[in-house]
Design a protein around this ligand. Structure first.
Ligand code: ATP
Length: 168
C-alpha cells in the first residue's frame, strides 16, 4: 500500500522528489481498512507538499519490530514551532491562518488522520524544527499473516464490519 501511495503521489506532484525507504523485515500486516490507511498517508504527504517551498523533497520510511509497524513522513519545509506541535492535530487548527487559507486548507486533515489512527489503537506524533522541516510518525499494532488471513476470510464475527487487514 505504501509503495502504491508514494508512486501515486509522485505522479501528482512531479516537481517533488518523494522517496520510500522500506526497512520492513517482510510482509507486515496491520488491522485497518485499506482506504483509511491510504487516506492518512495522502493527508501527510499532501501537507508535506503544501508546507515545503524551497527543498521539494519528501522521505517516506517504513519499519517494524515484532509488535508494531511504523511509518514516517519527513519534509524539509517550513516546520512547526514547539508550541504549535501539540495543537496541529486539533480540529480546524491552522498555524498561520492567512497563509493556510491561501493554500486552501481548513485545518481538518491532521485531525482526521489522528482520529483514524487512534481508532485502530495506533499512535501519531510529530517532531519538527521551525525552518528546517517536520517528521510525522505513525505506529500501528502489527498482526500476524495468519491473523490477517483470518480477518480477510471473515472468520471472526466482529471482523467483517469493523476492519480488514492490510499489508502496509
Ligand atoms: P486541510 O484540512 O486541507 O488538511 P490544513 O493543512 O490547514 O488543511 P491540517 O492538515 O490539519 O490542516 O494541518 C494543520 C496545520 O498544521 C496546518 O495548517 C499547518 O499550519 C500545520 N502543518 C501540517 N502539516 C505540516 C507540515 N508538514 N509542515 C508544516 N506545517 C504543517
Amino acid at each position: 500500500l505504501a509503495h502504491q501511495v508514494v508512486s501515486d503521489m509522485s505522479m501528482i506532484h512531479p516537481d517533488f522528489n518523494i522517496t520510500l525507504e522500506d526497512e520492513l523485515d517482510g510482509p507486515s500486516w496491520v488491522k485497518m481498512y485499506r482506504n483509511h490507511l491510504e487516506q492518512v498517508m495522502i493527508i501527510l504527504i499532501d501537507n508535506a507538499v503544501k508546507y515545503s517551498k524551497d527543498r521539494k523533497e519528501i522521505h517516506v520510511s517504513l519499519g517494524n519490530n515484532e509488535v508494531e509497524v511504523s511509518l514516517a513522513i519527513q519534509d524539509f519545509g517550513e516546520g512547526i514551532s514547539p508550541e504549535n506541535m501539540s495543537r496541529v492535530f486539533g480540529r480546524f487548527y491552522r498555524v498561520d491562518k492567512a497563509r493556510s487559507r491561501e493554500k486552501g486548507g481548513n485545518g481538518l486533515g491532521l485531525a482526521i488522520a489522528k482520529q483514524l489512527i487512534d481508532g485502530y489503537h495506533g499512535e501519531i506524533s510529530v517532531d519538527s524544527s521551525l525552518g528546517y522541516g517536520s517528521i510525522f510518525r505513525i505506529n500501528l499494532p502489527r498482526i500476524t499473516a495468519e491473523k490477517a488471513q483470518e480477518l480477510m476470510d471473515g472468520a471472526e464475527p466482529e471482523s467483517a464490519e469493523s476492519a480488514i487487514a492490510d499489508d502496509i
